[in-house]
Design a protein around this ligand. Sequence first.
Ligand code: F6P
Length: 366
Amino acid sequence: MDKKYKLLVLTGGGDCPGLNAVIRGIAKRARKEKEWEVFGSIEAFNGIFSHPVDLMKLNRKATAGIHVRGGTILKTTNKGNPMKFPVTQPDGSITFVDRTSELAERIKSLGFDAVINIGGDGSQRISQALFQKGLNIIGVPKTIDNDLSATDMTFGFQTAVQIATDSFDKLVTTAESHHRVMIMEVMGRDAGWIALHTAIAGGAEVCIIPEIPYDINKIVERINERYIDGRGFVNIVISEGAKPKDGTVTSSKGEKGSEHVRLGGVAYQLSKQLKDAGCKAEIRETVLGHVQRGGSPIAFDRVLATVFGVYAFEMVLGKKFGQMVSYRNNQVTSVTLEEATKAPHFVSPDHYLVQAAKGLNISFGD
Ligand code: F6P
């Protein structure tokens, strides 16, 4: 039978383990519907903006076995937001312009009947804007930060937690040998989920998250408890977006064209503050960085991402446009993009995991 319908798939924002599993899930499910053809846009929407367009046909050859691979075969960017598209001016400065109308028209004129946009909160805001411009679009949530409120879990998060926990375990043995304080900085932007899970899984003494600003003296107190007679060791996990009480986050300016500041380096700031506050123990810092986003997704994330892909294509068949796939109460379901992009999902200080951690004598420095 002749192909009658065309689907466009893309990945936007930072990458995350499981993206390829979603792409494969969509493509495999679509292959069962003989009249559908699936294409990927290379590097988020930039593939559509380029002349000629940069597309990849997501046939069997392109998607076979990719669910085990990290990254995204479609590439991605966090600098191509069509709502605030960076344009370099003659003097080298950057201004941002809204290109969503042009983008929606271009996608339609290329003959696409539907679009699946796999991305985090920023990407889903773009999905919502394009839906309002008349595009048949569906969102699939992704982020290692797990900070979307409309889904209980995003794929990639559990893999990031596993990588952080494996690294933490390694730091524990060397901390013990040297009687040191080890500070491990993890990602998560303004959400402390990765740090909180890692602290409990790894058995940290101190867990510092953005949602609970820390008092340095409280952390020194907890460290001192562990250094009876100069012995002992301490393992701290700190989220990159953490800040002291009355302080600010540790950040640097993002690259040209990026909308975000870059977080990172809070481990070194904490180390200095601990010394200034009288901590006598030797301190070492580890900034885990992008290893948390790299490599193969663990089985849980492969399953979640694959199911999201299959479900997203079924939403296309059911014409559930303007909605995002969501995982709630052990069920895969959908929510409107409007609902999905309303508010981020942060750790509440009375969350059961924070309470459990406190029950284990993990200090949050509060
Ligand atoms: O949102 C995912 C994330 O990995 C954050 O945890 C981190 O702050 C950010 O992306 C890093 O972005 P980039 O890849 O641009 O350095």
